[in-house]
Design a protein around this ligand. Sequence first.
Ligand SMILES: Nc1ncnc2c1ncn2[C@@H]1O[C@H](COP(=O)(O)OP(=O)(O)OP(=O)(O)O)[C@@H](O)[C@H]1O
Ligand SMILES: [Mg+2]
Length: 241
Amino acid sequence: MRRIVLGSGKGGVGRSTLTANLGLAIAKMGKTTVVLDASLTTPNLGAMFKLEKVPYTLNDVLAGKIPLSDVIYRGPSGLKIIPAGVTLDQVKKALPNRLPEVLKELPIKTEFLLIDAPGGLRRETVAALRAGQEVLLITLPEIAAASDMMKTRLIADFFGLKPIGVVINRVLQEEFELTSLEIGHLLNLPVLAEVPEDVNIKKAFNLGKIAVDASPKSPASKAIKALAKKLVEMRTRKSTA
Ligand SMILES: Nc1ncnc2c1ncn2[C@@H]1O[C@H](COP(=O)(O)OP(=O)(O)OP(=O)(O)O)[C@@H](O)[C@H]1O
Ligand SMILES: [Mg+2]
């Protein structure tokens, strides 16, 4: 199983949107895929799949109340979703440090686990990074987001995660933006995708849908599907090496 953390540094860069869309794109390629919301205090991955009212969440598992299998929900195209709890009570009782341990309960046939890791340096951020093997870094094409992303990369290095590359989100192709070349140099990592600013992302979300499903031919969906292909092929090369 590949355990990929989607980390950003700064919040609000589109990490949850990317986790949902990328997870769905990989699932559509026939891979057994799980997306997990590790943003325990500000979760929103569940809501993207209309799971905000489910009886149990990852928080209950981290509180030691129930097994992980009770909070693996079915999404479109066979994608599995592990949402986090939205109520204050659920937030208080979860022990983020238990995340790496509880993930050992994931079904053996899982091929991809995508972890939506919160920004900053919170306990839950560290727990999310400790639970992963690889990290995909997401930024906007601007200096503030890119420099915060560098800090996340350093923390990921500290925990021994393999940085696989950078995704630049909400690209407008304007002159004032940082370029892909600049961001790649800054982190000394390949830029795996540039996802354009695309109104279809929000349109799908407001309809309770995911863009790669609702508007597969939109510019952002195309970029995310190409990224999914790269990630899946990366694995093929590794396993046949
Ligand atoms: N490529 C895109 N084009 C247009 N809008 C986008 C794109 N990606 C994300 N968004 C929008 O940006 C906003 C923030 O996205 P999202 O909630 O996924 O960010 P986040 O990094 O998970 O934030 P948080 O740190 O609060 O969890 C949302 O309104 C989302 O619809
Ligand atoms: Mg989010």
